[in-house]
Design a protein around this ligand. Structure first.
Ligand code: FES
Length: 102
């Protein structure tokens, strides 16, 4: 299991998203009401960067074609076709630093 350093806790306030990692292990961490959730940040539609999407409560919208994803479950909650679930990951906070285990 690999660990990806994402950011400092202070850089991820409620309602914000941070992306980290490269290629197939690009991930996002979202702060939903003070709890941190991580999922793969590569949209399973055509690979859009979900870490650059808008977060509203627990849902992030893909900036490319507008699919909506639940960051808690990795499931697509809205799109005009069925999309494969995204993997979710464990978030670890050590000291002031946020990591994701992939
Ligand atoms: S790439 Fe995300 S909706 Fe198309």
């Amino acid at each position: 299991m690999a660990r990806i350093e994402v950011c400092k806790v202070a850089e991820l306030p409620v309602g914000q998203i941070k992306g980290a990692g490269e290629g197939e292990t690009r991930v996002l961490v979202a702060n939903v009401g003070g709890s941190l959730y991580a999922m793969r940040a590569i949209c399973s539609h055509e690979g859009g960067p979900l870490d650059e999407g808008l977060l509203y409560e627990n849902e992030v919208t893909c900036p490319w074609h507008g699919s909506v994803w639940d960051v808690k479950t990795g499931k697509c909650t809205w799109f005009n076709e069925t999309l494969k679930d995204e993997p979710t990951y464990k978030v670890v906070v050590e000291g002031e630093t946020v990591f994701v285990e992939v």
